[in-house]
Design a protein around this ligand. Structure first.
Ligand SMILES: [Zn+2]
Length: 342
C-alpha cells in the first residue's frame, strides 16, 4: 500500500548546529553543489579535499537551469546550500537525475526548502515543475545566523499571508460557493496565532525563533498539500506583490514585499490591521514602501492596476480585488493611509 497517497509528505527538517557533517561521507565526497558565494564560504570546509562540482546559482530561468543541470557529471548526491534559488536549482537537478538531495537553507525567508515543487522562471512568470523531497533537510542555526537578520525575519511574510488569504477564502466561499474546509482554515489560523505570538523570538533570530519559523512552514505546506492548493496561505497579498513586480520589473525581498501586500490587501478587505502592525514592529520587519524598495507613487499605481491585473491573471483564485473590482485613486489613497504607509 502506498502510504504517501494517504498522508501528504513534507520535507521534515533536522535542527541543530554543524549538521552538515552528519550527512553520509559519500554524499560529501562526490557532490554536486548548487549554492551562492556567501553560504558557500561558510560550508566549504565540510567539502574540503573533495572538489565538488560547484555551481553558483544566479538565475532560475528555466532554459539556463536545464542547461546547467545537463552539464553535471556523475555524482552521489546533490546539495542545495543557500537561498530560494540555490535550493530550487538543487531540487531541479535531483528531480532530473534521481540523486539523493540535501538541502541547507542559508535563510528562512522563502518556502523553497519545504515544498516539493520547483519554481522556475519563464520570462517574467514563475512556473512550478517537478516533485522532489530532500533526503536530508538541515536547518542549521550556525548557517542561518551568518545571514543578515533581515533575511530570516522576512520569512514571516509567507506565514503572515494567512491573515489576508483566509479572508479571501471565506469570502470566496460565501460569495461563490467555493470549496471551503473549516478544519483546515482553523489550523491555518492556529499557525498564524503561533507566528504572532513568536514575534520576539523570531525578531531576535534566536534558535527557538528559527525553529518556530521552520515548523510553521512545515505546518503550512502540509495544510496546502491536504487541501490541494495554496488557498489557505496565499491570496490577495501575493497578488499585490506579483502586480508590483510585474509593473516595476524589479525583484524584492519576497517576505517584506508580501508583508506590504498583507497591509494593503488587509486594508482593502476592511480588516483590523492592528495585530499585523504590532507584529511587524515586534519582529522588526519594516514593510514600508521605502524599506521594500518602492516609491509611494509606485504603490499607488499598483493598487490602481489591481483590478486589471487579477482579470488578466485568470489563474488566480478570487480575492478582494476580484470581488470589489478596480481600485480608484481615492480608494488607493485610503488603503495606503489605513495601512500606515502614507
Ligand atoms: Zn510567497
Amino acid at each position: 500500500m502506498d502510504l504517501s497517497k494517504q498522508e501528504p509528505r513534507v520535507a521534515r527538517p533536522s535542527y541543530g548546529r554543524d549538521l552538515l557533517r552528519s550527512v553520509p561521507a559519500a554524499y560529501r565526497a562526490q557532490a554536486i553543489v548548487l549554492t551562492q558565494p556567501e553560504p558557500w564560504e561558510l560550508v566549504a570546509p565540510v567539502f574540503s579535499g573533495h572538489a565538488p562540482q560547484l555551481h553558483m546559482v544566479e538565475t532560475m530561468e528555466h532554459a539556463r537551469v536545464r542547461e546547467v543541470t545537463q552539464g553535471f557529471e556523475r555524482a552521489r548526491a546533490v546539495w542545495g546550500v543557500g537561498g530560494g534559488s540555490a535550493l530550487d536549482h538543487a531540487k531541479y537537478v535531483a528531480w532530473q537525475t534521481g540523486l539523493p538531495l540535501v538541502l541547507v537553507p542559508s535563510i528562512l525567508s522563502v518556502d523553497a526548502g519545504f515544498t516539493k515543487a520547483i519554481g522556475v522562471r519563464e520570462g517574467s512568470r514563475v512556473r512550478y515543475v517537478g516533485e522532489v523531497y530532500p533526503e536530508h533537510f538541515l536547518v542549521d542555526f550556525g548557517v542561518l545566523e551568518a545571514a543578515p537578520p533581515l533575511l530570516n525575519r522576512a520569512g514571516v511574510g509567507d506565514i503572515l499571508s494567512i491573515f489576508t488569504a483566509l479572508w479571501d477564502w471565506r469570502e470566496a466561499h460565501a460569495r461563490l460557493g467555493e470549496r471551503y474546509d473549516a478544519a483546515i482554515a482553523a489550523e491555518a489560523e492556529g499557525l498564524l496565532g503561533r507566528l504572532l505570538s513568536g514575534a520576539d523570538a523570531i525578531g531576535r533570530v534566536s534558535d527557538a525563533g528559527l525553529e518556530l519559523l521552520a515548523e510553521l512552514y512545515v505546518g503550512e505546506v502540509l495544510l496546502c498539500e491536504r487541501f490541494g492548493n495554496a488557498r489557505p496561505e496565499e491570496g490577495s497579498e501575493h497578488y499585490v506583490a506579483y502586480c508590483i513586480e510585474h509593473l516595476t520589473e524589479r525583484h524584492y525581498l519576497h517576505g517584506a514585499l508580501v508583508g506590504l501586500g498583507v497591509l494593503l490587501a488587509g486594508a482593502y478587505q476592511g480588516q483590523d490591521l492592528r495585530p499585523v502592525k504590532d507584529f511587524l514592529r515586534a519582529v522588526q520587519l519594516d514593510c514600508s514602501p521605502r524599506a521594500v524598495g518602492l516609491s509611494t507613487d509606485e504603490v499607488l499605481r499598483a493598487l490602481m492596476a489591481m483590478g486589471d491585473y487579477v482579470r488578466q491573471e485568470s489563474q488566480l483564485l478570487p480575492g478582494v480585488f476580484h470581488f470589489r473590482g478596480g481600485v480608484t485613486e481615492s480608494d488607493a489613497r485610503d488603503v495606503m493611509a489605513e495601512a500606515g504607509i502614507i
